[in-house]
Design a protein around this ligand. Structure first.
Ligand SMILES: Nc1nc2c(ncn2[C@@H]2O[C@H](COP(=O)(O)OP(=O)(O)OP(=O)(O)O)[C@@H](O)[C@H]2O)c(=O)[nH]1
Ligand SMILES: [Mg+2]
Length: 222
């Protein structure tokens, strides 16, 4: 008897990511895969992004966590469609896979959405390996995590198109070298788009909103 072993989990993930990309193209929906370490400020940013963009675009959110619906609850006030994935229910994975994203997309009415923001599970390692069929991979790094992260986690930083550097309001309290960060970043992803923000205080948020809007408009032709 031949025992078959799944050889390439990343390949099958990638195939489904391709199907998602096709589906989103047909439905004219822009999707962002937002990734970071735990606590860098993804949900805080999303709250602000949704607040600024929900009048212009029809937004849906996929919240990825190992456990709890806390982040989805934080965004519930916006009254937009939100689907929470709790990976603890099926093994506790530390990243989102394309098959689950596809399932979530089937739960939305894609004809009624322009933008989907996926908040991936807080982790700088595994989410970088799993494509989910998005239009923009966005990594959020907060200044309290140190300048060395692009050097230590290169896959995350060289597969993302944009880096949002968050919590810049804390810079006066830190011994932080922006030059050192930029040097580490340019070693793994020269020319990467970097937007410095404070999600809580609002600095830099206009630039981030303009960046996102421009990309959505480019895809969906507004
Ligand atoms: N000082 C400061 N704190 C911030 C900023 N953005 C987020 N925080 C705080 O950082 C903490 C974590 O923020 P979250 O938005 O929950 O981070 P997250 O990336 O969604 O976390 P996980 O979903 O657990 O990975 C909260 O206490 C936020 O208030 C910021 O720009 N400045
Ligand atoms: Mg969160």
């Amino acid at each position: 008897m031949e025992i078959k072993i799944l050889q390439d989990i990343l390949k099958s993930n990638k195939d489904v990511a391709g199907e998602i990309r096709q589906m989103l193209r047909e439905k004219n929906v822009y999707m962002i895969d937002m990734m970071s370490s735990p606590g860098s400020g993804k949900t805080t940013l999303n709250d602000k992004i949704i607040g600024k963009l929900k009048e212009k675009y029809r937004i849906g959110v996929i919240e990825g966590d190992i456990k709890t619906t806390k982040d989805a609850e934080r965004l519930a006030k916006h009254d937009i469609p939100i689907i929470q994935i709790e990976t603890d229910r099926f093994g506790g994975d530390c990243h989102l896979e394309s098959t689950w994203i596809k399932k979530c997309l089937e739960g939305f009415d894609l004809d009624k959405l322009d933008l989907i923001i996926v908040e991936n599970i807080g982790n700088l390692v595994c989410p970088a390996e799993f494509e989910i069929g998005d239009d923009e991979r966005m990594v959020v790094l907060s200044v309290t995590e140190g300048e060395d992260k692009p050097a230590k986690y290169p896959l995350m930083f060289n597969t993302c198109r944009t880096m949002v550097l968050n919590k810049i309001d804390l810079l006066p309290y830190l011994d932080y070298s922006m030059d050192e960060l930029m040097k580490n970043l340019s070693n793994v992803n020269p020319g990467m788009k970097v937007i410095q923000v404070s999600a809580t205080k609002g600095d830099g948020m206009d630039e981030l909103i303009t960046h996102i809007s421009r990309n959505i408009d480019k895809k969906i032709g507004m």
